[in-house]
Design a protein around this ligand. Structure first.
Ligand code: UD1
Length: 342
């Protein structure tokens, strides 16, 4: 079966994707520098799939080591490039780190792909490229304009997409699939892998499950005075396993040469917008666990509402995010309980 290199493969979305690839019979090589993960993730993947994936402890920015990797594995059919820094706040404080990590790693990967004749890449992008879409563009589809980025992190995703388009133009053999994720949440149903934030979580779901577990006294809801039905922000929360499956389908589509286009872009979301308050209430109903929360001031830089029009992914990629939100929230809670021994 085809060999796939997954950069950032011990990370949150990467590890779930590795599981799906291995279960479809792909031969996976994980490349990760463990900057935001640990080798325990490999044990989790092995427990689920019955096989330990090949792991290369490497930084994608280390061109020489990456070059040796490409010479060692001569049969790489595709790269899924997850490796990147992703904390919005941190990117505001350390912009250069974000530009260096997120841009030079992609440049190295594309350069080596060209050199070693590896022609397929799936790239992790984000709905952040749309900023706050105009009202007539909600739900947001792939034709919505790219707005000026609100953070260095968001800017790196926009620049990365442009780099891919430029390289595709220069290199006719190259094919790319850019996946724009909405808000990934949840964990593998086995609770053997999941999201492991460093320190105080910045994202809603890990903060919520840590509050439910009693680690944080209260969840802070950032604003209830937005122009939305209940005043809190709206997002499109997508199950990480549905998202992982989309990567396998994107790889298959490229390997089977189903697309005429050199670069394809897909929004990956459910098509359903949920407010922060709705999500808390759904979590409480699904798990039977109360989440103490308080309304606090708006968080700077937050977008009021964004959710996906996933029609293109549904029809062209043949993919749909169909896991019920209750199951997704239970999976997140089961993971939190397992890692806290609750
Ligand atoms: C943002 C980016 C996303 C990026 C992600 C990485 C947008 C639209 N999305 O997601 O591309 O990958 O950061 O971190 O720019 N909230 C609370 N309390 C909390 C935490 C969050 O109320 O303690 C609320 C936020 O105000 C927001 C929602 O929950 O309305 C989701 O927040 P979060 O999980 O941080 O994701 P985004 O900011 O949507």
């Amino acid at each position: 079966m085809a060999r796939i290199v997954v950069t950032g493969g011990t990370g949150y979305i990467g590890s779930h994707t590795v599981v799906c690839l291995m279960q479809q019979g792909y031969d996976v090589v994980i490349v990760d520098n463990l900057s935001n993960s640990n080798t325990g993730v490999l044990d989790g993947i092995a427990a689920i799939t019955g096989k330990r994936p090949t792991f290369e402890n490497l930084d994608c920015m280390d061109f020489m080591s990456m070059s040796r990797l490409f010479s060692r594995y001569t049969d790489i059919e595709a790269i899924i490039h997850f490796a990147a820094s992703k904390a919005v706040n941190e990117s505001v404080e350390k912009p250069l780190m974000y530009y260096r990590n997120n841009i030079s790693s992609l440049v190295s990967v594309l350069d080596l792909m060209h050199q070693f004749n590896v022609n397929n890449i799936v790239f992790s992008s984000s709905c952040t490229v749309y900023g706050q879409p105009d009202k007539d563009h909600l739900p947001v589809d792939e034709t919505a304009p790219i707005k000026k980025a609100l953070s260095p992190y968001g800017n790196t995703k926009q620049i990365n997409e442009e780099i891919i388009l430029d390289e595709a133009h220069a290199n006719p053999k190259m094919k790319a699939t850019i996946l724009r994720y909405f808000n990934p949440i949840g964990a593998h149903p086995s609770a053997m892998i999941g999201e492991l934030p460093n320190g105080v979580p910045q994202n809603l779901l890990p903060y919520l499950t840590q509050t439910a577990a009693g680690i944080r006294p209260k969840l802070r809801v950032f604003g209830n005075d937005y122009n939305t039905p209940d005043g809190s922000c709206i997002r499109d929360y997508i199950y990480v396993m549905d998202l992982a499956r989309a990567h396998v389908q994107a790889v298959e589509r490229m390997l089977k040469k189903k697309s005429q286009e050199q670069v394809e872009i897909f929004n990956l979301g459910t098509g359903r917008g949920l407010s922060v308050l709705e999500l808390i209430s759904l979590f409480e109903k699904a798990t039977g666990v109360k989440v103490p929360y308080e309304i606090v001031a708006r968080r700077e830089g937050d977008i009021e509402q964004v959710w996906a029009d996933p029609t293109k992914a549904n029809t062209v990629l043949g993919w749909k995010a169909d896991t019920p939100i209750e199951d997704v929230l239970v999976s997140a809670w089961n993971w939190e309980k397992r890692i806290r021994n609750i």
